[in-house]
Structures are given as structure tokens and as C-alpha cells.
Design a protein around this ligand. Sequence first.
Ligand code: AMP
Length: 420
Amino acid sequence: MNNKTIRAIKGTQDILPEESIKWQSLEDEIRKISSYYGYQEIRTPAFEKTKLFSRSVGEETDIVSKEMYSWTDQGGEDLTLKPELTASVARAFIQHNLGLISPVNKLYYIDALFRRERPQKGRYRQFHQFGVEAFGSEYPEIDAEVIALAISIFKSLGLEGIKLNLNSIGSLECRKNYRIALKEYLKPHLTNLTETSQNRFNHNPLRILDTKAPNEIKILEDAPDISDYWTNEDKTHFNEVIEYLEILKIEYVLMPRLVRGLDYYTRTTFEITAPSLGAQNAICGGGRYDGLTEMLGGKPTPGIGFAAGMERILLAMKSKQFNKNKVQIYIVGLGDHTRTTVIKLAQELREQNLITEFDLLRRSLKAQLREANKMNVKYAIIIGEEELESNQLEVKNFSTGNQQKVKLSKIVEHMNSLSF
Ligand code: AMP
């Protein structure tokens, strides 16, 4: 490759045909199972006003403070490539008054996102998520439904050993009180915290609980538990979520330190991990965000959702075999006069939903048969000038080696009657 060759941007990936069949089968599974649960697809634009994310995701989060691809366009508008989907879906929900059309709205998406993170295995700058957002119900039934949907998709994809980590970060009131208690506890340890955590101490102390630094994990061992700050309603809500999960036989692990980085989360918080993935083992994160629509200027509406990283899911599915659509028929054409017959016949067979190829390089009989063999087709139709003249084509069955003459006028019907 010379230095004039333009390469893809760091942290972005081309999905080549070998890979795209995996994506298609993953997407099919997501669409199928989401529909069983009554979720409908929503598609939102690739970019939004920057303030949508700074307002909802929060200025202090890593996403907003350092990872967004933002620019001012020629009209002076501040715009950002979507770094996450919940804010966009909530914006669309408010903008189109979906809450007036139906009291409960259950939406899913499959989309590309952009974050300027340090690229590594399982972490990219353009990546894909599927997720759901359910608006309108504050009750724990929908928390359980959303979690059940995520688990059901991962199970049907054959992901093994997945783990559901669960917590409640309570209502806004609970979080306010817990924030004070956590800061009080951390104050004497402040100088021992990393710089990141020291910054979070003032703006977003709950995020310190996300730390991976061993000395901070140790410090946090004796920190107060958020469960001690739950209101009675928070407690009842969480207990009911757990009850439903048990009824649905969904295993979970209570994780009192599990918080979500984003500001609009309330109550139920969860994460699903796939241990086979190593360092980047989180495949799905979700939770309730009852405060979000109001924060974006809409009517207060409870909501819950999750987002799952598709690249990571595919990494976790590495051992799974995917079926490629196999070419079924190869038409071998010999000589200039056969070309129109070949292209017309290919079209007719394709219109009968038969996967058909023909030679595009004007090669010899031998080379075309070799190509058909390589494609592992079941049948080849051979059209030479002689066959054309007699209106009798040769149909070769590659698995038995048998060859049969079929009239040109009957060939489509004949091919349609075969089993592939
Ligand atoms: P988040 O939106 O940060 O809660 O992430 C939800 C899921 O998206 C994670 O569990 C990951 O599976 C996936 N994810 C997040 N960031 C990235 C990234 N930079 N590259 C690939 N996948 C990601």
C-alpha cells in the first residue's frame, strides 16, 4: 500500500462480506425477539444538536467532556455525532408527542454511535448498539420485561456464562442524600484518590464507584451503601423487580456499587457481562431514567431501557457458525452469441428467488466450471452456441455428476422444480 492510499479512520472498522453475514443474523435475531416483546423500531438521525447530549448525558461525564465528535456547521449551529441513543430517542419521543398517542411506548433501535475513546479490542470510535427504550410505566413489571428481553436475546444468540448485575440507585431524593454521605466518607481519603476521582468528587461523586483502581476499590469497601438511602418506595420497587426476575427464572447478582455514569438514571440499574471477553466484558448497560424527559423539556414520563454493544456481542459469539447464502446455480455461457440468453436466463431465475451467478469475465468453459465448483453450486446450466441452436441446454448436477438436456423454454420451470 503506498502512502497515497487512504485508510479508514483509527477506531473505525469496515464490515466486509465475511463479517456482514454475522451482523445480518445478529440483527435478524434482535428484530425478531424485540417484536415478540412488542417493541417497535425507531430510527433517529446520525447527528443532533450538541446541547441535547450536554443537557441529558451531563457535562461532567467522559462522553460529553472528552469523547464527542462535535463541530459548528456553516450555519453556526453546534452539532454532534450521536455518542449514545437514549437522549435521541427521548428527544424524538417528546418531539412527536408519542406519549399522547399511546400511554406506553416500547421502542428498539440498531444504530451506529461515535465516541472518541482510546481504540482497543472491543472499544472503537464508531461502534454499534442495539437497545430498547420503554416510556410511560413507572412499575417494576416493565423493568423486569426489559431485562428479560435483553437476556432472551443473548440466550438465543448462544452467549454462554452471561451475568446480570443488578442494583437500584434510588430516586433523585435518595441519590441526593447518598451523594452527601459518600462525599463525607471520601473526604478524608481525597488525597489518595486518582486525579479522575478527585475531579469526580465535586461534580459526579457516584461515578467514583465505577473505579477500576485497586487502592480506590479498597477505600470504597467501607463506603456507605446506597440501599441505606432508598426511600420506602424505592425499596418496594426494587423488591418487586427482584420478585419478577425470580418468577421469570432470571439469575442476577446484587451489586451495591453498580451505578451508571449518566445523570438521568434513577432506581433500577443493570449491566450484563460476558466473561469470555476479558477486559471489555460489559455487553449491555441499562436502567431506569424517570427524570430524563422532563430534563429535555417534555412532560415527566417514566422510562427504562438498555444499550448493548454489538461488536462485543459478536466477539463473544466468535465460535458460532453462520450460514452464508450459497450460490445455487451457475450459468456457463460459451461464445459471443450466448451472452444475451445467459443474462436473460439469470434474471428469470433470480426473479424465481434462485441464487444465480454467471461469468462476468468472458472466460473459457474450463475456467467457468472451475469457478462454479469453487462456489460449491449444486447445478450449472451450460449454454454453448450448439445448445442455443438446438434450444436444448445442459443441466449439470455437481453432486451426482449427472448431466441432463432441458429445453430452453422449460428451463426456469425445471430449475424451480429441483431441490437445492
Ligand atoms: P454505554 O452506552 O456506555 O452504557 O455502553 C453500552 C454498551 O455499549 C457497553 O456495554 C458496550 O458493550 C458497548 N460500548 C460502549 N462503548 C463502546 C465502544 N467505544 N466500542 C465498542 N462498544 C462499546
